[in-house]
Ligand binder design. Structure first.
Ligand code: CA
Length: 141
């Protein structure tokens, strides 16, 4: 009882995760890129494939530095192309850009880079279930 009261007090002060937040983390599991739930907390892909997971209530933000004049593909393999959404955000863009295709368990977003800068990627789940995925960013051929 005493622990519950202390926890409720901590939640009230915004110090402890609420039940809903704790449930989301438990359902998704924690991957090495968390916390990355907001655009301002986007994590670098470090030029490597990203293995992570999303679920309802958890979104993942990443950034990657790209050179102007190249066309890139962001490939998110999730086993089911209908399970995830992928948004590609050039600098200052509030709306996702690029051409997305869904097939073979993958979502691919293709974009021609016009500015050498950080570009951001948002991965989210279509519904509540946890979705593990592998994301790679590669030059389009
Ligand atoms: Ca996240």
């Amino acid at each position: 009882m005493q622990v519950l009261v202390i926890w409720m007090f901590a939640v009230t002060l915004g110090m402890a995760p609420t039940m809903a937040e704790a449930a989301v983390e438990a359902a998704c599991g924690v991957d090495r890129y968390e916390p990355n739930d907001a655009r301002g907390r986007a994590k670098s892909t470090r030029g490597k494939p990203v293995e992570a997971r999303v679920c309802g209530g958890d979104v993942d933000w990443y950034y990657v530095k790209l050179e102007a004049g190249t066309t890139v593909e962001v490939v998110v393999e999730a086993g089911d192309e209908a399970a995830v959404d992928v948004g590609f955000y050039p600098p200052r863009s509030r709306k996702p850009q690029g051409k997305a295709t869904r097939a073979d368990g993958r979502v691919v977003v293709r974009y021609r880079v016009t500015e050498a800068a950080k570009h951001r990627i948002r991965v989210s789940a279509k519904d509540g279930a946890a979705v593990p995925y592998l994301m790679t960013i590669r030059p389009a051929d």
